[in-house]
Design a protein around this ligand. Structure first.
Ligand code: 13P
Ligand code: SF4
Length: 307
């Protein structure tokens, strides 16, 4: 089965299972097309909490499915491919957080949602790219803060909030590879374009000197901004899967990726065929041990409440 027939079968199975399909904005276009909701990490976590469906098919990466499972212990969360991981989430271990806590007993740990459940369980609060600035700006002034694991997002949050943050030196291999040198020629070729940049990008501070009015946004923030802005052209620094949504939701505008080969191979492991098999065979169920989930849930509930 392929194409339209496969998509129809996915939709039929979805109804039969009382399932909802949630997809991240970096998913393949054919996967996004069968989804009930496409969004960023914050939107997906909220949608997972809101749904009345019994089954959530999560088209994204493992930490996102884990987040949905932690927030919804009574629901069945399926990830169509268990190999859909995240290099950023893999960069930090619970021991790294415990070592910092041992030195800073009064410290606050802020974990980016791109972490494993065991790391979230040690955090005081989780954040996404959409609400990290707001969450950190609300933290007490007199206690040390450890921001893990993305150092580029952490540096952005420190700059905007003026707070001093201890940064874990983690990065996403896709976004860290988007550098200043990729940007210069594109900005020169499109002088009237607005520049949208994901805060995980390695060109974070460099780009601000090239384009001081750059908009640092989550993937959902980029779609929202592009739809509402007067500009007709946008230079976009993030994983290129976002272009499908941008072109679909703002068809009259033009989008130019800073690095056309910025592709997350983990996100692309989820194919329509695997979504079909996931619903047909109810695989792969993502479970988080209750002891870990209970602790991580506090930090995640604090996250979904902000922004
Ligand atoms: P968003 O929450 O902005 O969609 O980002 C998630 C992610 O994994 C970026 O690489
Ligand atoms: Fe993780 Fe980077 Fe892929 Fe996002 S793009 S899921 S941070 S590896």
């Amino acid at each position: 089965m392929r194409g339209e027939a496969l998509a129809q079968e996915v939709l039929r199975l979805k109804r039969e299972r009382n399932a909802v399909i949630l997809a991240h904005s970096y998913q393949l276009p054919e996967v996004e097309e069968v989804a009930d909701f496409v969004g960023d990490s914050l939107g997906l976590a909220r949608e997972a909490q809101r749904t009345r469906a019994e089954v959530i098919v999560f088209c994204g990466v493992h930490f996102m499915a884990e987040t949905a499972a932690i927030l919804n212990p009574e629901k069945t969360v399926l990830l169509p491919d268990l190999e859909a991981g995240c290099s950023l989430a893999d960069s930090i271990r619970p021991e790294d957080v415990l070592a910092w806590k041992a030195k800073h007993p009064d410290g606050i740990v802020v974990a980016y949602v791109n972490t494993k459940a065991e790391v979230k369980a040690l955090a005081d609060v989780c954040v996404t790219s959409a609400n990290a600035v707001e969450v950190v700006s609300q933290l007490p002034q007199d206690r040390p803060i450890y921001f893990v694991p993305d150092m580029f997002l952490g540096a952005h949050v420190a700059r905007v909030t003026g707070r001093r943050l201890d940064l874990f030196p983690g990065e996403c291999h896709v976004h860290a590879g988007i550098r200043e040198e990729h940007l210069k020629a594109l900005l020169e070729a499109h002088p009237g374009a607005e520049f949208l940049i994901h805060p995980e990008c390695g060109c974070g501070s460099g780009c601000l000197y090239l384009k001081p009015d750059a908009k640092m946004l989550s993937t959902e923030g980029m779609v929202r901004y592009a739809k509402g802005a007067e500009a007709r052209e946008f230079v976009v620094a993030t994983e290129v899967g976002i272009l499908h949504r941008l072109k679909k939701e703002a068809p009259e505008k033009a989008f130019f990726p800073v690095k056309p080969d910025a592709v997350c191979e983990y996100m692309k492991r989820i194919t329509l065929e695997k979504v079909y098999l996931s619903l047909k065979e109810m695989r792969h169920v993502v479970r988080v041990p209750e002891e870990v989930a209970r602790k991580a849930r506090r930090a995640l509930e604090a996250m979904v409440a902000v922004g």
